[in-house]
Design a protein around this ligand. Structure first.
Ligand code: GLN
Length: 189
């Protein structure tokens, strides 16, 4: 499993995958993607991540990989995958039909840990969600199934090939979201 490792909290994703018995390959160049079954784009700062993708000449290969394989985008990663980005508008790969607004929870409460009901995962009916300068999904498009919401806004959405979280499951002990993604990768490869 590939984890985009240019910026942000990719190491926490790698640890979560390893705790589930999966191999985590840190991706910095196009060649690193060879032969991998899926990709996690972590949280961080989407503008910086885009710059680093540019410096590393990774954009075309990353997009080609993400068109064919399952991708899990968390927070900044979700922003990179969206078809429409606002506040402000910026380039995105447009692979997931959704509109997303950056830094949408405002300044005073820009980071928080909450417990939210979740569906489609076995075990506990609630899960911990860590939000850090998180975006809000303003529109879920074709094929999106909302698995969890917070304050009425979708925060975990399953798009079949793609999984989107506006929070950081890699920062909680609960591995169920990563497990769901690994299951997707096994099923779709
Ligand atoms: N605020 C960041 C952005 O707009 C995302 C924050 C995160 O990934 N935790 O890119």
């Amino acid at each position: 499993m590939a984890v985009l490792a240019l910026q942000g909290d990719f190491e926490a994703h790698a640890r979560a995958l390893e705790r589930l018995g999966a191999e985590a390959v840190e991706v910095r160049t196009a060649a690193d993607l060879d032969g991998l079954g899926g990709l996690i784009i972590p949280g961080g700062e989407s503008t910086t991540m885009l710059k680093l993708i540019g410096y590393n000449h990774l954009a075309d290969d990353l997009a080609a990989f993400a068109r064919r394989k399952p991708v899990f985008g968390t927070c900044a990663g979700a922003i990179l995958l969206a078809s429409e980005v606002s506040n402000p508008p910026q380039f995105s790969f447009g692979l997931v039909d959704m509109s997303i607004e950056r830094n949408a929870y405002g300044r005073q409460l820009d980071s928080r840990v909450v417990h939210i009901p979740v569906r489609g995962l076995s075990g506990e009916p609630e899960m911990e969600a860590v939000f850090i300068r998180a975006p809000i999904i303003r529109r879920v498009g074709e094929g999106g199934k909302v698995l969890a919401s917070y304050q009425g806004d979708p925060v975990l959405v399953d798009y079949g090939q793609y999984l989107i979280a506006t929070f950081h499951p890699e920062l909680s002990g609960d591995l169920r979201v990563h497990d769901l993604f690994l299951e997707k990768v096994r099923r779709l490869n």
